[in-house]
Each structure stands twice: as C-alpha cells, then as structure tokens.
Design a binder for this molecule. Sequence first.
Ligand code: SF4
Ligand code: SF4
Ligand code: SF4
Ligand code: FES
Length: 948
Amino acid sequence: MPLNPEIDYGTPASKSKKTVTLTIDGTEVTVPEGTSIMRAAMDLGTQIPKLCATDMVESFGSCRLCLVEIEGRNGTPASCTTPVANDMVVKTQTDRLKRLRKGVMELYISEHPLDCLTCSANGDCELQDMAGAVGLREVRYGYEGARHPDPGIDASNPYFTYEPSKCIVCSRCVRACEEVQGTFALTIANRGFDSVVSPSMEQPFLDSECVSCGACVQACPTATLNEKSIIDIGTPDRAVVTTCAYCGVGCAFRAEMRGDELVRMIPYKDGKANRGHSCVKGRFAYGYANHKDRILKPMIREKITDPWREVSWEEAIQHTASEFKRIQAKYGRSAIGGITSSRCTNEETFLVQKLIRACFGNNNVDTCARVCHSPTGYGLKTTFGTSAGTQDFDSVEQSDVILIIGANPTDGHPVFASRMKKRLREGAKLIIIDPRRIDLVHTPHIQADYHLPLRPGTNVAVVTALAHVIVTEGLVNEQFVRERCDWDEFQEWAAFVADPRHAPEEVEKISGVSAETIRGAARLYATGGNSAIYYGLGVTEHSQGSTTVIAIANLAMATGNIGREGVGVNPLRGQNNVQGSCDMGSFPHELPGYRHLSETATLEMFESYWGRPLDAEPGLRIPNMIDAALDGSFKGIYIQGEDILQSDPNTQHMAAGLAAMECVVVQDLFLIETANYAHVFLPGSTFLEKNGTFTNAERRIQLVRKVMTPKNGYEDWEITQMLSNALGYPMHYNHPSEIMDEIAALTPKFAGVSFKKIEELGSVQWPCNDAAPEGTPVMHVDGFVRGKGKFVITEYVATDEKAGPRFPLLLTTGRILTQYNVGAQTRRTANVVWHEEDRLEIHPFDAENRGVRDGDWVKLTSRAGETTLRALITERVAPGVVYTTFHHPETQANVVTTDFSDWATNCPEYKVTAVQVMPSNGPSEWQEEYKELSKAARRIAEPLVAAE
Ligand code: SF4
Ligand code: SF4
Ligand code: SF4
Ligand code: FES
C-alpha cells in the first residue's frame, strides 16, 4: 500500500461517553466531551496548523501556532489546549489568525538551520509542512542572528541521532518519554533561547536512562531526533502494517519500505495491543533479517562431524523424507517427531502438528511452551476451563490494584509495562511478588506499595498465605463465589487455606517475606477495588508451576476479581506466538483448541477432515523425546524455529540426546546451537517475508503481512508443505488464509476467524464464533467457560532442588529488555551494545564472602554442570539468590539448570537451581569443548563448482 502516514489528530481522543456539539468554520460537529477544538476540527477534515501538539501526548500549548477565534471570547486561544463546549462557534482561518501564525513561523524559521535540501527529514518534516501551511514566504528577521544552541550531533544511540541545532523545543519528545514510555529520561535544560533537550544529566543518549523505545523519535516534528536508517537510506515510499515477531505483547507496526528495503518500523497507532508504542526490539532490532550469518540455502550432511553441503531445495526435502521413512521402517512409527515454533505463525504451527499427527502417524509434537507457559494451560484450564489469560491489555486502565508475580514487565513485556506504568502513575496500587527488586518496585513516579521478595521456590506458600488472610479476615466475596463457583469445593479450599500452617507468620519462615507484608498485600488485593494479577515465568518455571497458577486463580475467584474489565488473571506470554502455538495443538496430548485426544468425536472429526487415521495415544514431550533418543527408540526430529539446545534445561543431557539421533532437521534463520547436532538444515524465513497470523498474550489474533520476498525462497509453511508432499501426505494450500479456514472449520474457538475478518476488524480475540462474532476481549463475563469456577487445594511441596553446604545459593534466570530469548536474532543486531554478555547478579554480601569483585569471572556450579561468566554485584538480588540471563550461547546458562520440572506439565524448574559461585580464571571445560564443537559443526563445504 502507499505510504499514507497515519493521521495525527493533534491531541488524544477523549474517552467521555457524553457528547458536545459545536460549529467550526460554519459546520456543525458533535464530539465526545473533553475533546480539543483541534481534534474536533480534524473530524471535519480541517488541519489547524500545529507544532507542539501530537495525539500521542497531552497538549502543552507552547508553540502558539494553533490559535483560533471563538465567538464571545477574547483573544486567540490555542486550539490544542481548549476543550470544546456546547454551542461554541469557532473560526480556524481569519486574517488575524493568518498574520499571527506567520509571525510565529517566522521566528521559528529565523533560527533554524537552512539545510532543508540535504536534511534527512526533507519531505517528512512538520516544520517544513507548517511553513507551507501558514504561507510563509519571507523572514523579516533574516537568518544571520543568534541560533539555537548547537553542541553537536549525538550519534551514541545505535539507532537514532540527536541534532540539537534543529530542535524547536516543542517538548514533544520529553512528553512522549514521560507519558507514553514512562521512563522520564528527557528534560529541557536551561532556559529561554538556550533551552535544549537533555537526556538524563546532559549525557549522551547511550549513557542516559533512555531505553531506546523510539517514542521521542516518533514524536519529534523535525530531524532533531531521527532514525539512522532514514539518514542512510532516505525516506520510505510505501508501508505495510504487520505484527512484531519478538514478544507476546504483539505490537503492530507499519513496516515502511523503499523498494524491497525496510527503512524503518513505526508503531501503528491503530494496533490494539500497543496503541502506537514500541520497544527497542520491535522498533529497531530487525537488522538480523539481513545479517551475514543468515543461511539461505538448504544444507545436508551425513554425520554431524562432517561439514555442511549446500544442496537444492528438491534434494534437501527428498533426503529428509527418505530419512524419516527409513527411520520409521526400521524403528517404528513413533521413532520420529517434531517441535513447532512459537516464533512462527499460527498457520505454520498448525501445519507442523498436522504433519506429525496425520503424516508421521503419531503425536510426538511439542513446543517451547513446554519450557515456559505449559503450567498456565494446565492451571487455568483446570480452574476456569480455558488455557489463556482473561483480559485484554486495555483492561489495565480500569485496574485499581495491580499484582505482579514472577514477571518483569519492563524488560519482558515493555510496551505493556508502559501502559501499566501509566495506570500506576494515575494512582493504581502495586504489589510485586518477586525475589528480585525488579525495576517496577521503584521507578520514576512509581513506588510499589508492597514488595514480597520471596525465596525462589516458595510461590505456592506465599500465594496460599495471601488466601489465608483473605479467608480468615472475612475478605472473601461470598456473593461472587456462591453465584459463580462450586460452593462445596470452595468450602473445602477455604478450610484448607485457613489452616494455621498457612498463616503469614508460618510462611515467613519458609519464604523470608515478613508476615506483616503478606498480610498488607492480601488486604490490599482483596479490598482495593478492581484487582488484576499479571504473572510470568517466575510462576510457571517451577516444580510447582501449575500449582501456583491454580493458587492465583483461586485468589481471583475468592475475591470476585474475574469476569469484568480491570481484574483477571493474566499470564504475560514470552514469545510472539507462544499463545498461538499452544492454541494450534502443539502439545502431544491435545488437538488444536486444547481438545484432548481422548475426545473420540473430536478425533474422528480430524480424521475425517485430514483423511488419515490418527493415533489416540498422547505422544512424547520434549524431555521424553530426548530420553527416548538416549534409550535408542527415538531417532529423528523436525524442529521448526526453536533452539532447544540453548533454551531447554540441562544442556549436556540435551546435547547427548540430539547426538544420539540419526536425522535431526533444523529449520531456522541461522545455524543455531541445536543445528550443531543437525543433519539437515532448511533455511527459514523471517516475519517480514511471510503472511500469516500471530496470537498475542491477550488472545489477540493479528495479521503478519509479507513486506518482502523470502530471501531463502519459501515461507516456512511452504517448506512444511513440501516435506509433507514428499512424505506422501499431500498438502495443497495456496495461501495461509486457507490454512486459517481449516483451523476455523476444525476448532470451535476459532470458528468465526478468517483473514477477511481480521482485515476488517484489525484484530480478533478468541473465542470468536457465532456466540462472539467479533471476538472476546474479556473472558468469563457471565460464567466460567467450564461452568462453575473450580477451587483446587494447593499444598505447598518444597522443591527437591535445595540449597545446602555444597550449593548454598539459589540461581534464578530471566531476560532483559534488549535481548530476546536465546538471542539468535537480537545478538545479530546493534542491541548488543546494551548486553554483550550474560552476567551473574550477586548480592554484595555473597560476593564479599567469596572474594568476588564486580566484573570478575566466576564459576557457577550446580549438580547438573558448571559454566563461567562475569559477576555483577547488585542489591537487586537478595542475599542467598543469584540471577542471570540466558541470551548468549557462550555462557550456556542452562548447563547448570537441572532436570526438575513441574509435576503436571514437565515445565523445567529454571527458576530454582542450587548453585555455588566461586572466583574463576576462565571458561569451564564444557565451554571450551563446546566452543570447539560449535566451530567444527558450522563448517560449510565450498560449493563444488567454486572449488573446481
Ligand atoms: S527513546 Fe524512549 S526512553 Fe529513550 S528518550 Fe526517547 S522516549 Fe525516552
Ligand atoms: S527534539 Fe524534537 S520533539 Fe524534542 S523538543 Fe526538539 S524538536 Fe521537539
Ligand atoms: S513489546 Fe514486544 S511486541 Fe512490542 S515491540 Fe517490543 S518486542 Fe515487539
Ligand atoms: S500546537 Fe497548540 S500551542 Fe502548539
């Protein structure tokens, strides 16, 4: 589509339900109360000249360009700061206004550098536009006088420049950083003519508090803050709206293109998940798509010690098919399986599980959710009847109390965190349950009311203690429970949590959180109005992950905080399409739509649609596949877009399992760590090169649109289709929309979903069917999906992974803002300037005891293995707890994580590993060996023709 920039209405939309009617330039217009005159005029198609106003931030009224005349009022008020009133009569264009506006523009232009022709914003500059709009033809003051301060260009940020000489001090950037992003990194330093935008304490952007979200760059009307890509490439000439492929927030972007080259990603204001905001990953970190490491040709090799050999697509697909057939003939139908990708589209994921069930003839399919949110699926299905979060993101605007447990939204889900921070600045209360002092505990203008820094592994005890307070202090919403939940089960649960062993005073001994804090947090959650729970992997990645999810659901039901806006239970999903990959039937026991294989009628429906008998026995989960490989009964695997070697626990065990297989097929962008053990490499396509849909953490299905042709030749679904055809199970889809039609035909929750509907509505939240033709923003409104809400007893069982004399510290892991998951993409972007390596956070007390100084190499040892990395001494972690990220393969943090896992779902216990930390001189033996192996495993033989 043509570029067509989004309309800027000048001021934010009013949410008022009341309306006001006024007349602007002789035409009547009716708008919500509280709307500015500027915005009301835009509704009539009249663009009042403006510079300091933009609809992403509240109006400020500093430039005086947007003046209007109002009948019966003196002077010329600014239309951006003046709200409409009934019967108001406004004129936007009179001789007086024209004269005044020209005067304002003359002053701006007289001190602005006149290098328009070579300016990177030429053609995309509001100052230029406004000079034209007001008819400025001459500047009486000349161009030679004093100019705005020019301390030189700050190019320290890898993605944008700051050129103060071009600044008109409109403060749009400062307000965007405050209101939209909530970081407060910018101020206007000095006064009058010397005013200048200052990151932190007049530091370069890179050294400041700036988190590179890009909101200020987007807000800037001139070239003062400008994307480096615009400077390098020039302005775009077309735009395609698509969805970010990084995290589960699911931000919509306009991919702005020049020819086949991506110029920049601009957050889409109509994106219902992000409302025009972005984070550094989606906004800027897309360069991996063109990185030199990207593999574009299929490759095969006999043994993993051989160098790779480039082959044609035909040969790669035929070779894979014949290997899989050979293995099944020799070792049986169940000897192969596959892993779907939570980074790929719903359609691609659906096709992989279909390939496995209908063509491989078994259910050996699993996905990365195994290692992240599988307990969410289990816990929420058990209690509420459906395996997903209950709210949309907008819901947070109605929350009075926000309880965050085991999540770090400012790093993991930054755009949603910004929306959360806005609500908190408006006065919502905040409870944080986390072993670390995450940023939200204390950030500009936000201070958590309660922080419960619990000992890793004690979630169930703490959440049950919250329930104890609620039940024993009479804070239960009895009416809600009687109407909506099973009363007998509730009573049984209430008696259980009321037991004195669950009292905060007892739980303090286990968790390390003071009883007083637990009591205060429980009272606030139960009585503070609309209370919403947001949680992450700090809940699920435990041996009792499913139990904690259930305990959270119990808490919401007991207090009636479910089934309306502002409340609910909300898992913050990690990868862009992890919700979708689960929805699409990626688990070995469930068909798409979370229907168990034992549901005979459903199984028969799939058999009839797919024309193949299906196995009714659940297949192998990822850890079972690896164990079976070591036993010799599992020999081949098709892995689409997932680096199980780096992301799954106990790396050495995983490596041994992969090495024991006869045909490991990896479909990915790069030679990822798992590919070190692969026999076939099928180059994948990026999200920019494909059509399809992603489903975000709020069940929102959004379109991914192809903005360029796949450099590898095929979209990922086409590769799966070719493999299926080669294996003798024909697939003939022409477009992913046809796959979505099949999903809709087979899955009641998706019955009303189609590409056409998503195009029309912008996005759809499932369930979407006859009962909810436009989707379901908030779930369980009139009743739980399962009928009555189910209270379940949550007995706390301490993990077997215990700190002791050999391993006295508890390691917990997580991620940071600028990197994503195993880092395969973000490490191949300029984001590495913020995070070149994984560091071990350690409390000063523990560091001193071990003679460790900040930046020292330390050896991190557990029962499973050891690795080395550098120490970061910080009080963000409590004494006895250490923390690291897992973004860099050199560190291989998962070498030390253990095989312990959630009792219900096998989700690994990443968040609790007993470890010892000691000073070290350098990499561990495993790291050295792995480095060598990696180097050898990535050799690509010279093509024969070139060699000749
Ligand atoms: S990029 Fe974002 S965080 Fe940085 S200064 Fe701009 S708005 Fe603030
Ligand atoms: S940097 Fe841009 S947005 Fe910020 S004050 Fe200057 S011109 Fe306005
Ligand atoms: S918050 Fe998530 S979806 Fe949004 S831009 Fe950042 S990484 Fe992408
Ligand atoms: S746009 Fe209204 S005063 Fe600047």
